[in-house]
Write a protein of this length. Structure first.
Length: 116
């Protein structure tokens, strides 16, 4: 499985971005999916995840502002980010197939910069 993330960029505080992550492979619908982020000098953190049935969860700092969704017909997972804050600045990574030892597949990062 290969994951290709896109949609990052520079945005002012209060703005919005939508990240996309397109996956190869025929079993996309059977994968749990997630978005992580890593800011400079900080550890990677789980931002949001979505199960195969569509259940979602979010880190507290983005609740009410970010929405994760999936389109199995397009093999794509999205992260809609609204009301962006400077502290959301990070490289964002998509991941697929949660296992006991973590996610099995990772996309390359897409950089999000939020200016104040």
């Amino acid at each position: 499985v290969q994951l290709q993330a896109s949609g990052g960029g520079l945005v002012q505080a209060g703005g919005s971005l939508r990240l996309s992550c397109a996956a190869s492979g025929r079993t996309f619908s059977s994968y749990s999916l997630a978005w992580f982020r890593q800011a400079p000098g900080k550890e990677r953190e789980l931002v949001a995840d979505i199960t195969t049935s569509g259940s979602t969860s979010y880190v507290d700092s983005v609740k009410g502002r970010f929405t994760i969704s999936r389109d199995n017909s397009k093999n794509t997972v999205y992260l809609q980010m609204n009301s962006l804050k400077p502290e959301d600045t990070a490289a964002y990574f998509c991941a697929a197939l949660k296992t006991r030892s973590g996610y099995a597949y990772w996309g390359q990062g897409t950089k999000v910069t939020v200016s104040s």
